[in-house]
Design a protein around this ligand. Structure first.
Ligand SMILES: Cc1ncc(COP(=O)(O)O)c(C=O)c1O
Length: 377
């Protein structure tokens, strides 16, 4: 398979770049003793799990189907967390997970009898502080429903729990900020954590970012684990998959209404949703900030404001030209949808040998089935 023969739009996962991130994860584990479970909410493309498995300890999840996917396709430790479990979910999940983490004391109370003897029990705690950029994604936002806050805790609950989970970081590249959070957690919850076997600090620690002070992070994590006598876990998603994957699109038209807009055969609303939700423009590999030719890279959806970014190029863009929308794996492939009946991007992996392997492709029948399987009689 040759790259230029592939029909756009498609995702290309680069194995070499993935391994670069995974090697950093391996170093962190070795230096700190933490265990790492992949956050499937961020990245669930199980076709590449054979590359990831040797480096990580298992998976964590945010809904019942993710638990099953982790169990079936990744193995190792399967952590199950959900903001809200139904009784049916708990019954299904308890048989296949190793650790079941409830979001509230009421859920724990209602369902613990279904889990005891099958999986370890955990509770999500909310330290009330965070390192998260936007309010929408801030677990410590006002009236947050995510986890139990310190002043709402029934201390006796820790006598019969195995572990606790926190999640309060989002793309946090600052070790000092993390250390401040850990100190606050120790001060607020330390006496409770001392009774537990394990603590997960959730995701959002961006330890694969270039220049990240990995050794300082490892030292701080080890100190925290030792202080409370617990096995520490992290639940990385974005840190594992960052900068590994391009969404490759083609220019299908160029229009001009005061500014040149190149329309491509993909849309943020369908294929790169976080661009839209968080208003974070994408980056295009072919662009050059000093280029003379500026374009809006516009989506082919019907949503008026749907655009990937504004970018400059050295030469005018041409119909049929391919553009690489960089860093398009995390919270992207898991959120693909069929809005407008657009063609769904295929998924490929470029192996370190240079060989390209197909992981997925979609057709009209997939679109149709996603809408109804049966019609009214
Ligand atoms: C509970 C929990 N764990 C882990 C993660 C993964 O975070 P990230 O992909 O930023 O590492 C998230 C993200 O929202 C989360 O809510």
């Amino acid at each position: 398979m040759q790259v230029n023969e592939l029909k756009t739009p498609y995702f290309m996962i680069d194995e070499a770049k993935l391994i670069e991130n995974l090697e950093k994860a391996k170093t962190l584990k070795a230096l700190s003793g933490v265990k790492l479970v992949l956050a499937l909410k961020c990245f669930s493309t199980w076709g590449v799990f054979d590359i990831i498995k040797p480096y990580l300890d298992g998976t964590t999840s945010s809904g019942p189907f993710e638990v099953r996917l982790g169990y079936e396709t990744f193995g190792g430790e399967t952590h199950a967390y959900s903001v809200g479990y139904s009784e049916e979910d708990v019954k299904e999940v308890a048989d296949i997970c190793d650790k079941m983490i409830f979001n509230s004391q009421s859920q724990l109370k209602a369902h613990r009898h279904l889990v005891e003897g099958k999986a370890q029990l955990g509770l999500r705690l909310n330290p009330g502080v965070s390192c998260a950029g936007q309010d929408l994604a801030d677990p410590a936002r006002k009236f947050s429903r995510l986890g139990v806050q310190a002043d709402h805790i029934d201390p006796t609950v820790f006598d019969t729990l195995n572990g606790a989970m926190f999640h309060m970081n989002c793309e946090n590249k600052d070790v000092d900020a993390l250390i401040a959070l850990l100190d606050r957690i120790s001060a607020q919850f330390g006496e409770h954590l001392n009774k537990l076997e394990w603590v997960s600090l959730g995701g959002g620690i961006f330890f694969t970012w270039p220049g990240y002070e990995l050794e300082r992070l490892a030292h701080a994590l080890k100190a925290f684990g030792d202080r409370h006598g617990v096995q520490l876990y992290l639940e990385p998603g974005e840190a594992i998959i960052t900068k590994t994957t391009d969404l490759v699109v083609s220019v299908v038209d160029v229009v001009e209404n005061g500014m040149k807009t190149a329309i491509v055969d993909s849309a943020t609303e369908a294929h790169r949703l976080d661009t839209l939700i968080y208003d974070e423009p994408a980056s295009i590999r072919e662009a050059n900030d000093d280029g003379e030719h500026e374009y809006v890279i516009g989506s082919c959806s019907c949503l008026a404001g749907d655009q990937f970014c504004v970018a400059k190029f050295d030469a005018p863009l041409e119909i049929g030209q391919r553009l690489h929308v960089m860093d398009s794996a995390g919270y992207t492939m898991v959120k693909l949808n069929w809005f407008n009946g657009l063609r769904m991007p295929s998924v490929y992996c470029q192996r370190t040998s240079g060989q390209i392997e197909k992981l997925n492709e979609f057709d009209y029948q997939d679109f149709k089935r996603s809408l109804s399987q049966w019609s009214v009689s």
